[in-house]
Design a protein around this ligand. Structure first.
Ligand code: SF4
Ligand code: SF4
Length: 390
């Protein structure tokens, strides 16, 4: 029997984490006398910043290395997962593990008796508001924590790696046992703190496993992707056609790729207080993905279907509290915020403030060095007859 683990991670920012988890599982399972190997999908191209990617680990007790590799090594995907790990909870809204070939449910591969393991600070019920229903029961486990995001090819050593290993041992000891996890971490690092983090996560996860009933979750609204045949691959494998180069500026200018809506890339999204906007154009000018559309009243609407959540607009906006980055799981659709504002300015400001909450998340200039959470300041509405749309 083969046990299969998939690690859903954010391209580039969590690539090292995904890769280390795959190789750790192989090393631990090997020390337990099993046969194992891991592989990943996707290359390191920088445009994969934040895009959902997958790393895989396979473990077997009764196969030779050759048999296991023959069974699993040549495939670009797995048919089913015993454990599907999600190291950034906003990916429960769907993942695009096949480039632009559509958005898939995060639990797509989890089989009956399998487990979806999510690093999150949300309750399971909040996550299930975004997860597709299945016709059979499965387990949903949550491990308290934040998405560990690092810079390009950088690993953030914040014990997430050790904690996830402990959590995997909790939800499926048939893959790796907690004793083997602890022994491996102690031998490898001589650091009892790391083994302790794995044990703490193991025990916490045991207390946070929930059975998801058949039919619990949402009806998946995205069309089922049609994947390319092997002979349809281009030289580079699966590549997103580039945006044609040109000199056209303005709405839907050269930065936006309509062939690949990258909305599931984001961990945070910008919320805009249109009443505070001084129409300086900086968000429109600086957004690397061309997400802002100038509007007839001189403002800048944002298209959440293509926003990757990079924080740039919030960093460059000169007006305090005008653009604030907010946890993507607080939103249930990608509708135009500007249309909401035009319809109901007062109601929009209330909505924006409620979504923003009190915390403001900032990342330091040197990526991978952590994140800072400050308290936001409430700015009263600036509405006048002239500024308020009819
Ligand atoms: S966060 Fe702002 S700058 Fe970044 S992609 Fe989204 S809209 Fe553009
Ligand atoms: S950067 Fe801020 S103030 Fe400037 S146009 Fe954009 S939203 Fe308005």
């Amino acid at each position: 029997m083969i046990k299969r683990v998939e690690v859903n991670y954010r391209g580039i920012f969590q690539k090292s984490l995904g890769k280390y988890l795959g190789s750790d599982i192989v090393m631990i399972a090997s020390r337990m006398g099993k046969v194992a190997f891991s592989n990943g999908r996707y290359s390191d191209s920088p445009e994969r910043n934040g895009i959902p990617c997958k790393y895989f680990a396979f473990v077997a007790e009764d196969l030779s290395e050759e048999e296991l590799e023959a069974e699993c090594g040549a495939k670009l995907d797995i048919d089913e997962a015993d454990v599907s790990v999600v190291v950034d909870d906003t990916m429960v809204k769907g993942v695009e593990p096949w480039g632009w070939h559509g958005v898939r449910p995060i639990n797509e591969k989890v089989h009956e008796k399998g487990c979806l393991l999510v690093i999150t600070r949300h309750q399971p019920e909040d996550l299930l508001k975004f997860i597709a229903k299945k016709p059979y029961p499965y387990r949903l486990a949550t491990l308290e924590g934040d998405a560990s995001l690092a810079g390009m090819w950088v690993f953030k050593d914040d014990l997430t790696r050790e904690r996830v290993l402990g959590a995997i041992a909790a939800v499926d000891p048939g893959i790796i046992s907690i004793e083997a996890v602890e022994a491996y971490l102690l031998d490898k690092t001589k650091d009892a703190r790391r083994a302790g983090a794995a044990r703490e996560a193991y025990e916490a996860t045991l207390r946070r496993v929930r059975l998801v009933k058949p039919g619990e979750g949402i009806n998946w609204s995205h069309p089922v992707p049609v994947l390319p045949k092997w002979h349809e691959f281009e030289d580079t494998g699966i590549a997103v056609p580039a945006v044609p180069r040109g000199f056209k500026l303005g709405p839907r200018g050269q930065g936006r790729n309509d062939r690949f809506k990258r909305g599931t890339t984001k961990t945070h999204r910008p919320v805009i207080r249109f009443d505070l906007c001084i129409e300086c154009t900086l968000c429109w000018l600086e957004c690397p993905d061309g997400c802002f559309d100038p509007t007839e009243d001189g403002l800048y609407d944002v298209n959440y279907e293509v926003c990757v959540g990079c924080h740039k607009c919030a960093e460059v906006c000169p007006e305090p509290e005008c653009i604030v980055m907010v946890d993507e799981l607080r939103f249930e659709n990608d509708r135009s915020p500007w249309e909401h504002w035009v319809r109901d300015p007062q109601g929009y400001i209330r909505w924006a403030e409620e979504k923003k909450g009190k915390e403001r998340v900032h990342f330091p200039v040197v990526t991978g060095t952590g994140r800072e959470v400050r308290e936001g300041t409430y700015v009263p509405p600036k509405l006048s007859g002239a500024e308020t749309p009819a």
